[in-house]
Write a protein that binds this ligand. Structure first.
Ligand code: FES
Length: 159
C-alpha cells in the first residue's frame, strides 16, 4: 500500500465511507499533505465508492485543490453570502494587515496563506474561517489579530 492509500483508508475508517464523510476526509488529507493530488482523489473515490468527478467537484468547490506552495497554516475565509453580509471583508482586511500579504498569497517564511472559500456550513455563526482544519466563527477583526498572534507564538516555541 502507498502512503496515500494508507492515509485514505485510515481517514475512511475514522470518518466513515458515506458520501457525507467526503469533506472530513478531504480535510484530513489537507492537514497532512497540504494539498490533494489527483492520485489521492482517485483513492478517495475508490474507498468511498463514488466517482472521481464527485471528489474533484467537492475539492474544487472548497478550493482544496492547491497545487501551489502553501503556507504551513492555510487560512480559508468563507466568502459566501451570510459571511459576506456579516463582515467577511473586514476579516480579510484584518488578516491581510496582520500578515502583510494579500488574499491568495503566502508569507515569505511560508507559514501562512490566505484564501477564500465557499460556505463552510457555519453560517449561523458567521463570519467563519478555517485555519487548516480548525474552524473559527463569529469573527471580529480584533479576534482575527489575536488568533494570528497565537499562531505566531506557537511557531516560536520549540517543537
Ligand atoms: S456563508 Fe459562511 S459559513 Fe456559510
Amino acid at each position: 500500500m502507498t502512503e496515500v492509500q494508507t492515509l485514505v483508508k485510515e481517514l475512511a475508517d475514522k470518518h466513515g465511507r458515506k458520501r457525507e464523510n467526503l469533506m472530513p476526509i478531504l480535510q484530513g488529507i489537507i492537514e497532512k499533505d497540504r494539498f490533494i493530488s489527483e492520485y489521492a482523489m482517485k483513492e478517495i473515490a475508490r474507498e468511498l465508492d463514488i466517482s472521481t468527478a464527485e471528489v474533484f467537484g467537492t475539492a474544487t468547490f472548497y478550493s482544496f485543490l492547491d497545487t501551489e506552495v502553501r503556507g504551513k497554516y492555510v487560512i480559508r475565509v468563507c466568502k459566501t453570502i451570510t459571511c459576506a453580509m456579516k463582515g467577511k471583508n473586514q476579516i480579510l482586511l484584518a488578516l491581510e494587515d496582520s500578515l502583510k500579504i494579500k488574499v491568495g498569497d503566502t508569507t515569505p517564511d511560508k507559514k501562512f496563506t490566505i484564501l477564500e472559500t465557499n460556505c463552510l456550513g457555519w453560517c449561523h455563526k458567521a463570519p467563519a474561517m478555517l485555519i487548516n482544519d480548525d474552524v473559527y466563527t463569529e469573527l471580529t477583526p480584533e479576534m482575527v489579530r489575536q488568533i494570528i498572534e497565537e499562531y505566531r507564538k506557537r511557531e516560536e516555541l520549540p517543537e
